[in-house]
Structure formats: structure tokens, C-alpha cells
Design a protein around this ligand. Structure first.
Ligand SMILES: Cc1cc2nc3c(=O)[nH]c(=O)nc-3n(C[C@H](O)[C@H](O)[C@H](O)COP(=O)(O)O)c2cc1C
Length: 305
């Protein structure tokens, strides 16, 4: 019998393996999230939830491009209030739940953190990074000051592990991560989508109704890996890698660059939920064949000279 285990620990959150879905992809209901867990995810992440229900942007909100997709969903969600019962349903089955949320004011961040905590979530993920909602509406694409205030407020409102999800649309991702770390974040999720645009040459117009959207999928992976690499060299808290994981090899690349866990979004649309099993089996094989005993053994290994 092999001693090898895929289990990981993220700021006190113990998971059977290092994989999760990325917020917003197949996470709209407890039914979908349960299916992801049954397919092998180590934890499930909710769609980003707000204080009020939101319809998001009008169609078209998603376009397939070379190497990935560009979406401008605009954070459609049924509200955190509504989702409380969905979280309770998942917790009744002992499924680890990361509740993702966003808000437009500190008061709303505090409110959302406490109701999601009371609902029984195992960790919180602050979405500080969606490129698809105007600054006037949400504290997203967060500037330094908002990041500091939001992290502090959520930290004070909840005793759960708090992960701050960052945008790659900045010159220096380390700056934001350090602010989050200094203000009580327990982990950084890196990254959200990269601002992008697609054009219809027959209509001679941008394809998305919102014009600009966020690029995800394989084309995002090298950028996300670079972000994880820089974060690992500069912060102490765990990093959850996200961006373009489509095969087990991608997951191993993120772990080697310094991620302690990974999230999968766009690839679930192409490969289906079975991907979690494939990724976990691939990681297990890689660890076995290279003489490692667990995931932790390879986190950040590419930094060693
Ligand atoms: C259709 C779609 C909806 C998304 N919705 C959210 C969301 O609600 N909250 C969030 O933090 N990120 C959201 N994202 C970003 C993903 O969570 C992830 O950060 C990004 O897609 C990169 O990972 P991937 O390349 O594996 O998809 C969304 C992405 C897509 C494609």
C-alpha cells in the first residue's frame, strides 16, 4: 500500500486533494457544486455572491477565442441571502465549501462575510478582481486602499480562513497580495481573468455587449504561472493557483511554481467534470513516479536552485 496522499491544508482548511472549481464556473447551485465534489474536487467554490440578486450583462456575454474564452457575465447571482440554504445543503453532506463574494461597500462586505460564515461555509474568497463590473458598482479590480479596507473588514467579520482573489490586470501583483497579507488574509487566489476583447469583422463591432471581458483558459496559464511564481517569492501565506488548468500537467506546473492548491474553470466547460479525477490521478502518478510522498513536497520546488 502506498503512503502517498493528495491531502492538503490551506490555512487550517483540510482538503482531500488540491483541486477546486474556479468561482463562477458550474457553481450556481448546490446541485452543481455537489456534482463537482462527487467528481473529485477537493472543495467547491460558489459563484461570487452579492448582497442583491443580479442579472449580469445582456448577451452576448461569452465568446470562444483561440486559447480560451472571453466572458463578461457581469456577476449574475441569486444573492448571498438566497445561497445560504444552498451552502447548508452542501454542508449537510460534509462537502467543503469556499464562499466567493463581492460587494460595493465595506458595510456590504462585512454583512456578506457574516451571513456566509453563519451559513456554514468553510472558507471565504473575496472577489477583488472581476474585470466585468464598473468600479462605481463594486470594489473590484481593487486599488490599494480598498484592498486594505476590504480585507480588514472581512477578517474582523469572520473567523474562517479568508482568501483574497487577485486580478492579473496590474503592473505588480505582489503589491496587492502583500496588502492583503498584512491585513489578515490567510491565502491568495491567483488569478482572475485578463482584460480582453474580441471583434466581429462582419458587424465591424466588438462581440461582447460589454465590449471588454476577461480572458480565461489555456492562453491565461503562462500569465497565471508568472503571478504565482512572483507571489511565492514574496508572501508567506498559501497561494491557490488559477488560470488555464486543463490537464494534470498544468496543475503540477502551478504546484511547482508555488501554489498549494489549484482551481479549474474554463476547462470544465470543454472537458467536463471528470477532469477532477484525471487531474488528481495525474498528480498522484507524478508524485509516485518521482518518489514524492505528498503534494506539499513539490509546492514551490521549481524555485530551488
Ligand atoms: C463564465 C465565467 C464566469 C466567472 N465568474 C466568476 C465569478 O463569479 N467570480 C470570480 O471570482 N471569478 C469568476 N470567473 C473567473 C474564474 O473563476 C477564473 O479566475 C478564471 O476563469 C481563470 O481560470 P480558468 O482559466 O481555469 O477559467 C469566471 C470565469 C468564467 C469563464
Amino acid at each position: 500500500m502506498s503512503q502517498l496522499s493528495l491531502a492538503v491544508e490551506l490555512a487550517g482548511l483540510g482538503l482531500r486533494n488540491p483541486t477546486m472549481n474556479a468561482a463562477g464556473v458550474l457553481g450556481m447551485s448546490s446541485y452543481q457544486l455537489k456534482r463537482l465534489y462527487e467528481s473529485g474536487a477537493g472543495a467547491v467554490v460558489t459563484k461570487s455572491l452579492g448582497r442583491q440578486p443580479r442579472n449580469g450583462h445582456p448577451n452576448p456575454t461569452i465568446v470562444f477565442v483561440e486559447g480560451g474564452v472571453i466572458n463578461s457575465m457581469g456577476l449574475p447571482n441569486p444573492s448571498a441571502e438566497y445561497f445560504r440554504d444552498e451552502i447548508k445543503r452542501l454542508k449537510a453532506e460534509n462537502i467543503p465549501v469556499v464562499a466567493s463574494f463581492f460587494a460595493a461597500s465595506i458595510e456590504d462586505f462585512t454583512y456578506l462575510a457574516s451571513i456566509l460564515t453563519d451559513a456554514g461555509a468553510d472558507a471565504l474568497e473575496i472577489n477583488c478582481s472581476c474585470p466585468n463590473v464598473g468600479r462605481e458598482k463594486c470594489m473590484l479590480e481593487a486599488d490599494r486602499e480598498s484592498l486594505e479596507k476590504v480585507t480588514k473588514a472581512v477578517r474582523e467579520a469572520s473567523s474562517l480562513p479568508v482568501f483574497v482573489k487577485l486580478t492579473p490586470n496590474v503592473a505588480n501583483i505582489v503589491e496587492g497580495a502583500k496588502i492583503a497579507e498584512e491585513n489578515g488574509a490567510d491565502g491568495i487566489t491567483a488569478v482572475n481573468t485578463l482584460k480582453a476583447l474580441a471583434v466581429d469583422i462582419d458587424l465591424r463591432k466588438p462581440i461582447l455587449s460589454n465590449i471588454i471581458g476577461g480572458l480565461s483558459g489555456p492562453a491565461l496559464k503562462p500569465v497565471a504561472l508568472r503571478c504565482v511564481w512572483e507571489l511565492f517569492e514574496n508572501i508567506e501565506i498559501p497561494i491557490i493557483g488559477c488560470g488555464g488548468v486543463s490537464y494534470w500537467r498544468d496543475a503540477v506546473e502551478f504546484l511547482l511554481c508555488g501554489a498549494s492548491a489549484i482551481q479549474i474553470g474554463t476547462a470544465l466547460m470543454d472537458h467536463g467534470v471528470e477532469l477532477f479525477k484525471e487531474v488528481n490521478e495525474g498528480i498522484r502518478r507524478y508524485l509516485e513516479e518521482n518518489g514524492f510522498r505528498g503534494v506539499k513536497d513539490i509546492v514551490g520546488l521549481a524555485h530551488e536552485t
